[in-house]
Design a protein around this ligand. Structure first.
Ligand code: AMP
Length: 280
């Protein structure tokens, strides 16, 4: 296992690997790794000769009032898990290493990134697409694995890769849940036991809405309102509960094939997101 802390050394290593004909799969993360992240590393391991995991809490995707400073970190634990799952390289730059002080370029997707999390976190996806572009240039991957826990992020990255001709295959990975249904997230660490059990309402609400919508599309809006009420009655402060066409990220229409029902809600000060994706 090789660990790189600087952009220069990491990119030099990636370019050497490319020159020697190795295929590379990248798993970008913000660390504090859990079984969701591990499932991505396992997928990457099956795809490529070399598996790279980046661990970087990216400041440009956090707004000033968000949790950048207290985002959970456990570098030694992360390294052990990466070794356990057969990763070859970790790239873990310090905050100040990743961006030049006078950096003035952004990569921005301006369509799929607008609804859902893009509405309540208007600078979030610009930070994501910019840092992922940098990671792609540094890691030189043939494949990059992204989890459908953050489905909108995955769609935005797929669009970016297509529109900007990155020679990279994006591999979407299924959302991993705890046994009781809570979507695994590094932020679950913030939840008290009581908040955690109330947060189970998010997935219950999404499953309820999904069942209603599959049975009858015409009840879509009412089903979303019922889902929202379900989360609120468990004490959650709902940011959104919405249904969108997965391809266009617009309200589903006659041509829609696949939809995402997604929710974001606060339990205490912790913002959680979850989704269900299904044929329409
Ligand atoms: P993060 O460290 O939260 O930025 O996540 C890094 C990657 O892991 C992203 O592609 C996420 O979508 C993915 N991921 C996080 N949680 C899960 C999960 N519960 N199931 C599947 N993928 C996940």
């Amino acid at each position: 296992m090789k660990i790189f802390k600087t952009r220069r050394e990491f990119q030099a290593h990636s370019l050497e690997l490319k020159k020697s004909g190795k295929s590379i799969a990248l798993v970008p993360t913000m660390g504090f790794l859990h079984d969701g992240h591990m499932s991505l590393i396992d997928i990457a391991r099956k795809k490529a000769d070399v598996v790279m995991v980046s661990i970087f809490v990216n400041p440009t995707q956090f707004a000033p009032n968000e949790d950048f400073d207290r985002y959970p970190r456990d570098f030694d634990g992360d390294v052990a898990k990466c070794i356990d799952h057969g990763a070859d390289v970790i790239f873990a730059p310090e905050t100040g290493e990743m961006y030049d002080e006078n950096s003035s370029c952004w990569v921005e997707e301006v369509s799929l990134s607008k609804p859902l999390c893009g509405r309540s976190r208007p600078t979030f996806y610009r930070g994501v697409t910019t840092v992922v572009t940098k990671l792609f240039h540094l890691a030189q991957p043939d494949y990059a694995v992204f989890g459908l826990k953050d489905a909108q992020q995955c769609f935005v990255i797929e669009k970016m890769v297509k529109d900007l001709d990155f020679p990279i295959e994006i591999i979407p990975a299924p959302l991993v849940r705890d046994a009781d249904g809570l979507a695994l997230s590094s932020r679950n660490r913030y939840l008290s036991a009581d908040e955690r059990s109330r947060a189970l309402s998010i997935h219950r609400a999404l499953l309820g809405a999904k069942a209603e919508i599959i049975a009858d599309h015409s009840v879509m809006d009412a089903a979303l309102l019922r889902a929202k009420a379900g989360i609120e009655s468990a004490g959650g402060k709902v940011d959104y509960v919405d249904i969108l066409d997965c391809d266009t990220m617009a309200y589903p229409g006659e041509k829609t094939k696949r939809v995402i029902v997604a929710a974001a809600a606060f339990f205490g000060t912790t913002r959680l997101i979850d989704n269900e994706i299904f044929e329409f």
